[in-house]
Design a protein around this ligand. Structure first.
Ligand SMILES: [Zn+2]
Ligand SMILES: [Zn+2]
Length: 469
């Protein structure tokens, strides 16, 4: 038996989870958190639809929580075997999973205080910091481009996906009864031409491609336009003599910003600013990027040779402690503050908003995706006031959205990556909203593919005959 079952990120973006059955072995690919609205996130607490203790191996494409965030739950449910991922990906998982465990505990602590007062039953965190740390012991880091037999009849090879540090396209060779099938899982595919990392690896041979579709229905603005927009906002903000607040994800976007600042330091007159990286997690993630500098693309390697650390600026201040962060709140002019969380749902950015967003000479620079229901989305949608810890605060600062930053391939990028395979192999589209998957499926058929699957949650593909089981 060679089968692939779609358990998550089928007709949606988050919660990636796929179950492979090859001969007598079962392999889980990804074990991601469902992220978004409250009702959706409640699904994270549901038991797994398989016996976790009976799994033989877990393979992980990258560290983002929508791919890795339920791994501590998998261990809690009895899985004690290996979790294969690329080296840098394992390092980032340690940072992201620990933060996730910590936030789970904080959230429940806060909720339970209210519940206690109402004499309601108390909640358990989804998993704790200690549980997140414990699952790291199961990680088996691998290098890119090396074929590894993880089980009899199951070989894997990670290839650089160029999405975030350590992200992989996973090639898998599955054998049973003399039949071998090559499955290529895109993971999250990087955006060509992005700074720092290499472009996604191109692969020729597959019997089935499993491809993400996040931006299957649109193309991104060019990188040149994005850099010009960023430059213009900074030059204007300089005239206003206020401060610039940038909510940014700790992994990926923060490093891209710092890299761009380094590269354009003179051109963008950055010597006239003080730049603050106000996030212990982003500082740690940046250190991981530096540690794995062998994974940089050619331009970044060159910059590294010329200027040293490509994320360091002469006027960059790393703000680790709460006192450091509060010190920034007293600055009224000339500061660029990069802080989390990326969608403004928590973290230090909210404190900076409280001190500055009501001042009209300040600027908010949105450089990442803002999901529905988040504070960041309200700002993008033009909210005139926001609520911070129950207090209504007017939004007088100018809010700029720079949409060209993306860690994902756009429609053109996805089509080109698929187009590189020999003979238009069968393909299953995952990790996308139905509205992005349907037009992408059409375009892939137009390229000449005969089998384009758009699986629903729970669907199974028979990999021997390449048809729904
Ligand atoms: Zn990702
Ligand atoms: Zn993802």
């Amino acid at each position: 038996m060679l089968q692939l079952q779609f358990l998550g990120a089928a007709q949606e973006v988050t919660g990636s989870c796929y179950l492979l059955r090859a001969g007598g072995k079962t392999v889980l690919v990804e074990c991601g958190l469902i992220q978004g609205a409250f009702e959706d996130e409640a699904r994270n607490r549901k038991p797994f639809p398989f016996d976790a203790a009976a799994l033989d191996a877990v393979v992980l494409s990258h560290s983002h929580l929508d791919h890795s965030g339920r791994l501590p739950l998998l261990a809690k449910a009895g899985y004690s075997g290996p979790i294969y991922t690329q080296h840098a990906s394992a390092d980032l998982c340690r940072i992201l999973l620990k933060d996730s465990g910590y936030l789970n505990e904080k959230e429940v602590e806060w909720e339970n205080r209210k519940r206690q007062r109402k004499r309601q039953p108390l909640l358990e965190p989804l998993y704790t910091l200690a549980e997140a740390e414990a699952v790291m012991d199961q990680f088996v880091p691998l290098d890119y481009d090396v074929e590894t037999e993880i089980l009899p009849g199951v070989q894997i090879r990670f290839r650089d996906a160029g999405h975030i540090l350590g992200s992989s396209v996973v090639e898998m060779w599955l054998s049973d009864n003399g039949v071998t099938r090559t499955l290529v899982f895109s993971g999250d595919l990087g955006h060509r031409g992005a700074p720092i990392l290499k472009d996604p690896a191109l692969i020729k041979a597959a019997d089935l491609v499993l491809m993400e579709s996040t931006y299957g229905d649109r193309d991104h603005r060019s990188w040149d336009e994005t850099w010009s927009e960023l430059e213009e906002v900074l030059l204007n903000a300089r005239h206003d003599k206020g401060i610039v607040m940038i909510p940014a994800f700790a992994v990926g976007r923060t490093q891209e910003l710092l890299y761009a600042f380094n590269l354009n330091y003179d051109k963008w007159q950055l010597e006239r600013w003080s730049v603050f990286l106000d996030s212990p997690m982003a500082i740690e993630a940046t250190e991981a990027y530096v540690h794995h500098r062998n994974l940089y693309n050619r331009e970044t390697q060159a910059l590294q040779q010329k200027n040293g650390n490509p994320f360091m600026l002469p006027n960059l201040h790393l703000s680790r402690t709460a006192e450091d962060s509060m010190g920034i709140n007293r600055i009224r002019s000339g500061a660029i503050v990069i802080a989390g969380s990326g969608m403004c749902t928590g973290g230090r950015i909210k404190h900076h908003f409280k001190h500055n967003i009501w001042r009209e000479n300040c600027h908010v620079l949105i450089v990442g995706f803002q999901a529905r229901g988040t504070l960041g989305r309200q700002l993008v949608d033009g909210a005139e006031e926001i609520s911070l810890w129950g207090e209504t605060v007017a939004v007088a600062a100018k809010v700029h959205t720079i949409g060209g930053f993306s860690a994902h391939a756009d429609r053109d990028g996805l089509l080109a990556w698929y187009g590189h395979f020999d003979g238009h192999p069968p393909i299953a589209l995952v990790h996308g909203e139905a509205a992005a998957i349907a037009p992408l499926a059409e375009q892939i058929r137009a390229l000449g593919a005969h089998k384009v699957f758009t699986p629903a949650p729970g669907d199974t593909l028979d990999l021997v005959h390449m048809k729904p089981a």
